[in-house]
Design a protein around this ligand. Structure first.
Ligand code: CA
Ligand code: MN
Length: 734
């Protein structure tokens, strides 16, 4: 009786908390053809390669340094020689049980692969025997009596997909060598697991997040390995359906994965193998459906090749070398003539792997999030094509994605200290792994990570700090109103982006997002001279309320007072010694700026406290203007000052050869400063000894300098103009 009352209470509480199911059909993501396609005849090997590919794969190790390094990692892997682990008991420690299934499935895969890489019949027999023995023991122990729904349990469904794919590959490789009896026994066992996973997908995951799709891709690969089994079609059908539910909701049409870079990579290790298997076995090409993701991986990366630690994520490399071969004939918006394959290969080959390699060395964790389960070097070897050229993108390095991420860049080049990168984040929230980082930014310059996102957590999803700090607004470069971060206008609707400008001398974009109790943040990012950044905010509130601007400068020390801070970075695994100079101005005469300390994590385990600043204003109409100036040393750092007039804020940035003047104001009213007059809500002008050089305006009808008209329009216009080149005013785009 008591139990029933408790259940009723729980149900009522859940309803009261407003836990309405998300609309999983309404976002812009993509789906693949859901109709399962199986080959007429099951053949082996067929998942990763055919018998006719063996000579090429054996020769691959001598083709270049990358192939040689992968071959070395494979052949020196302890998985090829280690003793089989003892079967664990259900009562054993989680890590013992997880390690058992992860290692046993991987060592089966490694041995199965090596059986094809040798000509020596004796050696081959030994590899076959090792893989066969591991396959015969697959899924022994307590796995089927343990509940995968237990959070962070040892046999979570997110691992099962990878184990299935390991065994699918191992079986595919040793099947030609098996006795009929051994073959039958192994098939029966693997089929049972495919059935168990395919029919439990929705029991184990209650929404289409990666817990649904990861095991689905595993079941899909096993269906392709056992394609003549009567149930294979239903396993593959279930896999395709579940994977589509994930990609439709979590990917944007332009390839942003809304659970963040980490969960994209964590899923990549399942969908990339599955896509290769499906293409090789059934001739179905899903790579074309995933092309937006491949392009996103290039668009979103910083100049070291790292994907941002937005949402529940660490920074990640983008392993485009594992898919490049599938895009040899694919045109891409990233390049005017080269195929996507070459751009993906360029992306991988210009990625600085230092922090990821260091992480493997120090803690044994690689970048996949599945170090205990996933055979990374082996899959890299299987997919790598050294014949593909490296070609950098030739589109503008500043990219505006419809899904809400904008990357400001002055170059695609890697390793160049003058490279500048700022990610401006405004992606509609999904319902899993979300952080309150709407309209935040991440800054990379001088080969160093600067303004930052706090990251995932210290090391795991279950860290208490993840919920109390890491996913909260104060761990991000955002502005809160009444303590609340900006949010979406409606479920799965991307925040408004407008006034996009991308010229050789000035880039710009505004994103808007409302606050939960009314009020609006209009945040604009400007990239003057493509060398530093200015962030201009307008916060409006229906009633007078406090607004707090957070600025995290990353893993640096801090000095400075009042509106100015200097952030110092030492040389570390994330980059070079460098500085970031920041000034925060605001319209509120009472604006207070305070130093705080909060944790930051770029990679699992590498957490530490770092300074950040909080700028607090209050009112119904507040403007902020931040100048973010990266530099190698103090040399060339400009002199920066500001004046305010009501809610208008002017800032002057005086450098060695030019002076930049900025204005932000909430309404298009006449603003005057030292001979300049305009009604722009955002204004920039660069002047030097010879006078006015370039300007940019938002929502302006005029700009006059010392009485001379520089810009005039009967309707408010937004755009930029190079005044010297007698070039026309270039209107912004939406
Ligand atoms: Ca978010
Ligand atoms: Mn975050």
């Amino acid at each position: 009786m008591k139990k029933i009352i408790l259940l009723v209470c729980l149900a009522a509480m859940t309803a009261a908390q407003g836990k309405v199911k998300s609309d999983y059909k309404s976002y812009t993501g993509f789906t693949c053809d859901p109709a399962p396609v199986l080959p007429e005849k099951e053949t082996h090997p067929s998942l990763w390669f055919k018998q006719s590919d063996v000579a090429r794969l054996r020769a691959l190790k001598n083709q270049d340094a990358i192939a040689a390094s992968l071959w070395k990692q494979i052949t020196e892997s302890p998985l090829l020689t280690m003793e089989f682990l003892n079967v664990p008991a259900a009562s054993d420690d989680n890590k013992v049980i997880h390690t058992y299934y992860g290692s046993m499935s991987q060592l089966a895969k490694y041995a199965g692969f090596m059986a094809w890489m040798t000509d020596d019949p004796e050696l081959r027999a030994r590899y076959v025997e090792r893989a066969t023995k591991a396959l015969e023991r697959a899924y022994d122990g307590p796995i089927r009596s343990l509940d995968p729904k237990e959070q962070s349990g040892p046999v979570d469904e997110i691992y099962m997909g990878t184990w299935l794919q390991n065994y699918a590959a191992a079986y595919d490789w040793v099947q030609p060598f098996l006795t009929p009896q051994a073959d039958q026994a192994i098939r029966t066992n693997l089929a049972a697991e495919a059935e168990r996973v395919a029919t439990n997908l929705y029991n184990w995951a209650n929404s289409p997040h990666n817990h649904l799709s990861k095991p689905a891709w595993g079941a899909g690969s096993m269906a392709l390995a056992l394609s003549s089994e009567p149930k294979a079609r239903s396993w593959l059908g279930a896999a395709l359906k579940a994977a589509n539910e994930n990609t439709r909701y979590f990917f944007s049409s332009d390839g942003i994965y809304r659970e963040g870079s980490h969960y994209m990579t964590f899923s990549w290790i399942n969908f990339v193998p599955f896509m290769h298997h499906y293409l090789n076995v059934s001739g179905v090409n899903q790579f074309k459906d995933y092309q937006p993701l491949m392009e996103w991986g290039i668009a979103a990366r910083n100049n070291k090749g790292w994907l941002p630690n937005i949402e529940d994520s660490y920074i990640r490399p983008f392993p485009g070398h594992m898919t490049a071969a599938a895009y040899r004939k694919s045109t891409t918006w990233l390049h005017s003539s080269a195929p996507l394959s070459e751009v993906l290969m360029w992306g991988y080959k210009t990625t600085d792997m230092t922090p990821f390699d260091t992480s493997v060395k120090n803690g044994g964790y690689n970048y996949t999030g599945a170090s205990m389960d996933y055979a990374l070097p082996l899959d890299e070897y299987l997919t790598y094509d050294p014949a593909i050229k490296s070609t950098p993108p030739d589109c503008s390095p500043t990219v505006f994605l419809k899904g809400g991420q904008t990357t400001f860049r002055n170059t695609w080049k890697s390793g160049d200290p003058s490279a500048r990168y700022l990610l401006f984040q405004g992606v509609a929230e999904a319902d899993n792994h979300q952080h309150a980082e709407h309209l935040s930014f991440i800054l990379f310059a001088e080969n160093q990570m600067m303004a930052s996102d706090g990251g995932y957590s210290r090391g795991s999803y279950t860290d208490e700090l993840r919920k109390t700090w890491y996913n909260k607004a104060p761990a991000h470069n955002v502005i809160t109103l009444n303590g609340a971060p900006p949010q979406d206008v409606a479920e799965s609707v991307t925040p408004v982006s407008r006034y996009r400008m991308d010229t050789a001398f000035f880039d710009f974009e505004e994103k808007d997002a409302p606050y939960p109790k009314g009020g609006l943040l209009r945040r604009a990012v400007a990239f003057p001279g493509q060398s530093y950044f200015v962030v201009a905010d307008i916060v409006t509130s229906p009633v007078a309320a406090p607004a707090v601007l957070y600025l995290h400068g990353g893993r640096g020390t801090i000095s400075g007072t009042n509106e100015y801070r200097r952030w110092n970075y030492s040389q570390d695994v994330y980059g070079s010694a460098a500085q970031l100079h920041t000034w925060i101005f605001g319209s509120d005469p009472e604006l207070s700026i305070k130093d705080e300390v909060g944790e930051l994590t770029y990679l699992k385990g590498d957490y530490a406290p770092f300074p950040y600043i909080m700028a607090k204003a209050s009112g119904m109409e507040m403007t902020f203007l931040q100048v973010l100036f990266p530099s190698k040393t103090e040399k060339g750092v400009p002199v920066v000052s500001s004046v305010r007039e009501g809610s208008q804020v002017w800032a002057t940035v005086t450098g060695t050869d030019a002076t930049d003047l900025f204005l932000v104001q909430p309404r298009p009213e006449k603003a005057v400063f030292q001979g300049l007059e305009t009604d722009a809500t955002f204004f920039w002008i660069r002047t030097d000894k010879k006078g006015a050089r370039q300007l940019a305006v938002r929502e302006a009808t005029f700009v006059r300098r010392n009485g001379k008209v520089l810009f005039q329009s009967s309707e408010p216009r937004s755009g930029a103009q190079d005044l010297r080149a007698s070039a026309a005013f270039v209107d912004s785009r939406n």
